[in-house]
Design a protein around this ligand. Structure first.
Ligand code: ADP
Ligand code: MG
Length: 372
């Protein structure tokens, strides 16, 4: 009798997560647990009106980064940032981090020093402490970080709180990290082709490369919202692309959405990279991942406050679930919008969507932030 094995690629990353969540569903649930698997961070009660949030994200060499192109200090900074971004997505503040580190034999002590300098500078910036971890040898550099944060119960935001009529808001600009990745992959190719004759050509792309190599978690947006007295009805961070993230909000909130694509902000350097590659900027804006901006919804009564807020754009509205998730562009009118962000386990999956999209072939390293 032969046993049947199912390749994980048949499920995709989110299918795998749904499946393993189902297998864990008979563990008795404690009273203190407020949110388990399914949001940017788990949430549990820490005191009368105080909640804690907890999240884990790993960065693995060859999957999420290429050591040729990321300085160790940036890698350390990024590893903390991607975790703090999930804490920010709950409207929370980070408190403590632990780090699990896998070190390949070809790494020097100086490289580890630089990695930790980067983590230290991120911790200082985000007002948190690194309080422990684990060290092991590994075949590739591996960094897995867990962060615990805190939030008052009346401030916590989930993916599941969006209501029909809410406005969809986005901090900063998007697509830049993907544009930076494009440049780095081109440079890697040039290095392979030219060998010693290779000369880096990165000056015109510093912004987008910075977005890819040293992203910042938007705790400042969390502060800003609190200062102006706006509590988002739902929130998620943009790790896989705006299209993918709005699908998560809609699925958890049981609503639909319309994204007005021309309202999505992107940087001039991002546009330049799209032009250079003859790609549609819309595809970068919708499907490019790893920008670590915050995508959130607000009640219509908060719209005026949001319009006055610098660095936040109103990019759409929440609709009835029956309408699905749609994109509105002047060229196409209203079109169904697929998630099509990065998803692990599907080698064909890259940031593509309706229209021409940038294409990361299956042979390319997928520098997405998700687990593999
Ligand atoms: P994010 O992109 O915000 O980090 P993910 O898509 O990685 O979120 O994860 C979605 C949800 O699934 C989160 O609640 C996360 O904790 C949970 N999750 C992901 N991988 C696993 C796993 N291997 N075991 C248990 N829960 C997981
Ligand atoms: Mg997230």
């Amino acid at each position: 009798m032969s046993e049947q094995f199912t390749p994980v690629s048949t499920l995709g990353e989110f299918g795998v997560i749904d499946r393993l969540a189902e297998r864990l569903s008979d563990i008795p649930r404690s009273d203190g647990l407020i949110e388990g698997i399914g949001d940017d961070a788990a949430v549990y009660r820490a005191g009368n009106d105080m909640l804690h949030v907890m999240t884990t994200d790993a960065l693995i060499e060859g999957v999420h980064f290429d050591r040729t192109f990321i300085p160790m200090q940036f890698l350390g900074y990024k590893a903390i940032s991607v975790n703090v971004s999930d804490v920010a997505a709950m409207n929370a503040k980070p408190l403590y981090a632990t780090v699990s580190l896998g070190i390949p034999r070809n790494m020097s002590v100086e490289m580890i020093d630089a990695l930790y300098d980067g983590m230290s500078s991120a911790c200082k910036q985000y007002g948190m402490e690194l309080v422990g971890g684990d060290t092991t040898t590994a075949h590739a550099l591996y960094l897995s970080i867990t962060v615990v944060g805190e939030v008052f119960e009346h401030h916590v935001t989930f993916r599941r709180g969006a209501n029909v009529g809410d406005y969809i808001c986005l901090s900063g600009d998007v697509g830049g990290s993907f544009a930076g990745l494009k440049i780095l992959l081109d440079q890697r190719q040039a290095l392979q082709d030219l060998g010693d004759a290779y000369e880096p050509d990165l000056d015109a792309h510093q912004y987008v490369i910075g977005r890819q190599l040293r992203p910042t978690a938007r705790l400042d947006v969390v502060d800003m919202l609190s200062i102006i007295g706006v509590k988002p009805t739902s929130m998620i961070d943009v790790s896989d692309g705006v299209a993918s993230e709005i699908h998560h909000i809609c699925k958890r909130s049981e609503v639909g959405a319309t994204i007005r694509v021309p309202e999505i902000p992107f940087h001039a350097e991002t546009q330049a990279v799209a032009d250079q590659n003859m790609d549609e900027i819309d595809a970068y804006a919708l499907f490019g991942g790893e920008d670590y901006e915050l995508l959130f919804t607000v009640d219509p009564s908060d719209l005026d406050k949001m319009r006055e807020l610098e660095g936040v754009a109103v990019i759409g509205t929440i609709e009835d679930q029956a309408k699905g998730v749609r994109a509105l562009t002047p060229e196409t009118g209203l079109m169904p919008l697929s998630p099509a962000g990065y998803q692990h386990f599907d080698p064909e999956e890259g940031p593509t969507g309706p229209g021409i999209g940038p294409d990361l072939g299956p042979e390319e390293i997928n520098f997405s932030s998700d687990d593999i």
